[in-house]
Structures are given as C-alpha cells and as structure tokens.
Design a protein around this ligand. Structure first.
Ligand SMILES: [Zn+2]
Length: 311
C-alpha cells in the first residue's frame, strides 16, 4: 500500500513552506504539486527539500486537481503504481499530494475511491490543511470552501505563528475547533510546529459568505455510541450508508465501543479501513462528515439499524 496524504489549504496559506519542512522530516517518494496557474511550480524551496528527501516532484499546472485536472492526477498516480509493479521497487511508499488552494479535497478522495486500481494501491486517510495564522479567521468566516477543507481535515496547521499577535492563534484555533471537533491542531513557524490550545471565545463566530448566511453543504456531527455496541450491526449499517449515499458520507472516524473492546474505525469516501484496537485515552464517539445530508437523517438511520448503540 502507498500511503498518500493530501495537503490542502487556501491560496497563500503557507502550504509549500510547511511541505518543504515536512519533507525534511519524513520519507517520501513522490510529491505531486498542483498549481492552477499555467506557469510551472518553480518553488526552489520545495524542489530542494524534495531532492534532499530523494523524492521526485511532479507538477500539475494550468488547472485544479479536483476538477479540470483530475484525469492528470489519476494518470500520475497510476504511473507511480505501475512503476512499482513493474520494477523491483518496493510496493509500499509514500506519495504526498499538494492541492491547489481552490481544491475541494472530498472530490479528490472520491475520485481515488472510484478507481479500482487506485483504491487498492493507495491509502488516502490523512488530510492536512494549512490555514494562514494571520488572515485565517476572516477566511473561515467568509469562505465556504476553506471551511469545507477544515471540516474534513485530520490535522490543521496554523501557519506564520511567529507573526501572530498575542492570542490570535488561540482564537483561530477555537474557530477551527468549532468546525472540526477531532482534528489535531498545531501552530507552525516556517514549518516547525508547536502545540496550540484553542481559546475560549466569548463571541462565537458567524459564518457567512458575502453577507448572506449560507447553509453549509458539508457538515460534521458527532455521535456517542453506547458501550457494548454490536460490531456486526454497526459494520452492516456503515456498508448500507455507503451504498445508499455513496457521495454524501464523506468520512467517518472514531471509536466503536464493542463488547470485545474499543475499535478505531474510519472511512474516507468508499474506502473503509479495517478496524483496529483503539489507542488508550481516545474519547468514545464517532464523527461523521456529510455532504448535503442532514445530521438528523444519519442519526435516525443509526438509531433504527444499530439499536445496540443506544443513540
Ligand atoms: Zn477543483
């Protein structure tokens, strides 16, 4: 299996700087970099870091990976898989995909899940979203697409931490927390990370787009399952949800407390990871990220089909 984390974030958020530092610390075989501009990606910092890490850089330019260049992304990834199957290269490895600032990550995960070869060779279960530590809160309030990225993320990195005024990052972290209850949070200065604790904001954020309060398409909800939830019931229900709403259950992640122990369960699009024993200290509860489906609908369905969960 090739581990394929996705790195996203709005234009100018500091994705490339973060990625360059990330490459200094983690092994990687290929970096796919997307730029909607026609000029090739010519970021000396990234190329230098990639070459030091022994990784190739494959730029995809002139369009966005999630829509008009989706075929190109598929071609690049299939070529990488083919290369491994042909040669004596090890089949495991790591491919990092950096999206353009405008990409909708869930479209990319759906595209990967829909392709049988990509689905069986790539494991895309981690989404890192970089948010500008200075202008991020304003962007999150007014930009629906940025909120979607943050809502889906496994890890949110607040960039330019060294330039933020006192308390600014903590307030931004609180806004991120409201959108995403489970993502790991970090503050970053030129890619070097430190922990950040969300502030307790007196005034809640109002999310709107250009003055009109928008009903979000992508929403997350958290459901606590009772101890002794039947794994058989839950697995059957998850499979049924995936079939009934293949495009709408974007992901699920959390703990199912079964009679035989606590299981960490996650799905991304059509891809359901095998459940593993949950690490100690993780809260019970499942988080679902939904596209154009009301959380109430999901909860009702869960209640009907998984009675042992006591929802
Ligand atoms: Zn796109």
């Amino acid at each position: 299996m090739i581990d394929a984390p996705l790195v996203s974030g709005f234009l100018g958020a500091g994705k490339t700087t973060w990625l360059a530092e990330h490459l200094r610390r983690h092994t990687c075989d290929l970096v796919v970099v997307n730029d909607v501009a026609d000029q090739g990606v010519d970021d000396a910092l990234l190329r230098e870091a990639a070459s030091a890490a022994g990784a190739r850089v494959e730029p995809i330019v002139g369009g966005c990976l999630c829509c008009d260049r989706a075929d190109e992304l598929r071609r690049v990834l299939l070529a990488e898989i083919g290369r491994r199957h042909r040669g004596d290269a090890v089949r495991d490895g790591r491919v990092v995909v950096e999206t353009s600032g405008l990409a909708a990550p869930h479209r990319i995960t759906r595209m990967l899940a829909d392709d049988p070869v990509l689905r069986t060779n790539l494991s895309l279960r981690s989404l890192v979203v970089v948010v500008d530590g200075l202008g991020g809160r304003r962007l999150l309030r007014h930009r629906h697409g940025v909120r979607e990225q943050v809502t889906l993320a496994d890890r949110v990195v607040l960039s330019r931490a060294d330039l933020a005024r006192h308390g600014e990052l903590e307030e931004l972290a609180a806004t991120v927390r409201r959108l995403n209850a489970t993502a790991e949070l970090a503050a970053s200065t030129l890619g070097a990370e430190r922990p950040v604790t969300p502030a307790d904001p007196a005034v809640a954020d109002v999310f709107d787009d250009d003055g009109t309060v928008a009903e979000p398409d992508v929403r997350s909800c958290r459901v606590d399952l009772a101890e002794g939830t039947s794994w058989a019931e839950y697995a059957l229900w998850l499979e049924m949800m995936r079939r009934a709403h293949p495009e709408r259950l974007l992901r699920s992640k959390g703990i199912v407390p079964t009679r035989d122990g606590r299981l960490l369960v996650q799905s991304m699009g059509g891809d359901v990871a095998s459940p593993v024993p949950a690490p100690a200290g993780v809260d019970t509860g499942m988080v679902f990220v939904l596209d154009r489906i009301a959380p109430e609908v999901l909860v009702r369905s869960l209640r009907a089909h998984v009675p042992s969960a006591g929802v």
